[in-house]
Design a protein around this ligand. Structure first.
Ligand SMILES: *Cc1c(COP(=O)(O)O)cnc(C)c1O
Length: 392
């Protein structure tokens, strides 16, 4: 008899359901934006990473059309065979200039960029120190490598420093998210840079959520702190969030990029992004550079939301960014509130373990430059009525 795969999987699925950890998908029938058509009904969305509201921007849609007309749809091969198009190259040069670094290299996703960089650089003799709340792709990147993984408590440079003081192995590697995806707080980069310099350690920042959003010119967490390439030699940015398209990049020295081209397996052994996406991303980059009002609008929305939420007595996280989680704790309770919000026409997904630590389930509220003051009012009034209702 054939192996009964279904029967072996059933108990695990049932257990997930029972623990309120079962994951399902909603079907979005409209283009991405703050107003979604979702499972057949309109919802006001506060959960995308399209922070600047570019995913369906007319200029990007037009650039994508033009890119498809010029370059076709598929890239046909990996970058090293014959898939590296003029559009990819132009975007790499533009991203290098934007991040004020000698070179940039495109990857097909942020997940793959992280796996590729860490595995191209890390050695068996190294310890990699990562923040406990770093993104899953960074954890997986280190697990896949020959290096030893050590996770320090969230943003705790003192603990990291103690460990680095005791370190007797060859140059340590420190990796942190720039802007933390599920908490909305910003890594203490100046202190991490000092620590890295004191211990001859290599510092890498994954700025998936910061790039385009933080800094006056949108150059992310590094600009936010007035730091530069000399302070943080390896920068990873993603294009599927604030840029509104898809893919990712690594920016740094010529030697770093050449090493990645030689050695990063997730770069070498995968098909290049569709060139039209790279072409459209050039337009995102122009909007990011020229339309600072999008970042200013986000700041205005954050202030409005936080002062309103404080008046309602909601449990806010210490975040000044467009990621504003409401801590709930219990996974089932977070699911319930998310469903109640949906009944009121508002889409906010509940984020549960293992994406976040046990007992820290939350509603991850995110803002887009396309949200208005009136949208925030709507959100606050829905949260107010649900929380009052649940308290009864
Ligand atoms: C989203 C994200 C990634 C993965 O990027 P993709 O392009 O979506 O694969 C990596 N790191 C962080 C911190 C992220 O938030």
């Amino acid at each position: 008899m054939a192996f009964d795969l279904a029967a072996t999987l059933t108990p695990g699925l049932a257990q997930r359901k029972q623990q309120q950890l079962y994951r399902t998908r909603k079907r979005v029938d409209s283009a991405q934006g703050v107003a979604l058509q979702c499972d057949g009904r309109p919802l006001l969305s506060f959960c995308s990473n399209d922070y600047l509201g570019l995913a369906n921007h007319p200029a990007l849609v037009k650039a994508m059309h033009n890119g498809v007309e010029r370059f076709g749809v598929g890239s046909g091969a990996s970058h090293l065979i014959c898939g590296h198009s003029h559009a990819h190259h132009a975007l790499e040069e533009a991203l290098a200039a934007f991040t004020q670094r000698p070179r940039a290299l495109l990857f097909s996703s942020g997940y793959m960029a992280n796996l590729g960089v860490v595995n191209a650089l890390a050695t068996r003799q190294q310890t990699i120190h990562t923040d406990r709340l770093n993104h899953a792709s960074l954890i997986d990147a280190v697990r896949l490598s020959d290096a030893t993984l050590r996770r320090y408590p969230h943003n705790d440079v003192e603990v990291l420093e103690t460990r680095l003081n005791r370190e007797d192995r060859s140059h340590p590697f420190i990796i942190t998210d720039g802007l933390f995806s599920m908490d909305g707080d910003i890594a203490p980069l100046p202190q991490l840079v000092e620590s890295a310099n004191r211990h001859n350690a290599l510092l890498m920042v994954d700025d998936a959520h910061g790039i385009g959003v933080l800094g006056k010119e949108g150059r992310g967490t590094i600009e936010h702190y007035g730091l530069d390439h000399g302070d943080v030699p390896i920068l990873v940015g993603t294009l599927g969030k604030a840029f509104g398209t898809f893919g990712a990049f690594v920016a740094g020295s010529d030697e770093l990029i050449e090493t990645l081209i030689q050695k990063a397996r997730t770069y070498i052994y995968t098909t290049a992004l569709p060139p039209a996406i790279a072409h459209a991303t050039l337009t995102s980059l122009e909007l990011i550079k020229t339309e600072a009002w999008r970042r200013e609008q986000l700041q205005t929305l954050v202030k409005q939301f936080r002062s309103g939420a404080q008046q309602l007595g909601l449990r806010l996280a210490p975040s000044t960014t467009p990621i504003q989680p409401l801590l709930i704790g219990d996974a089932g309770e977070a699911m319930r509130i998310s469903q109640q919000l949906q009944q009121q026409g508002i889409l906010i997904s509940a984020i549960r373990p293992p994406t976040v630590p046990d007992n820290t389930a939350r509603l991850r509220i995110t803002f887009s430059a396309n949200h208005s003051a009136q949208h925030i009012e709507q959100l606050l009034s829905a949260l107010d009525s649900i929380i009052k209702h649940n308290a009864r």
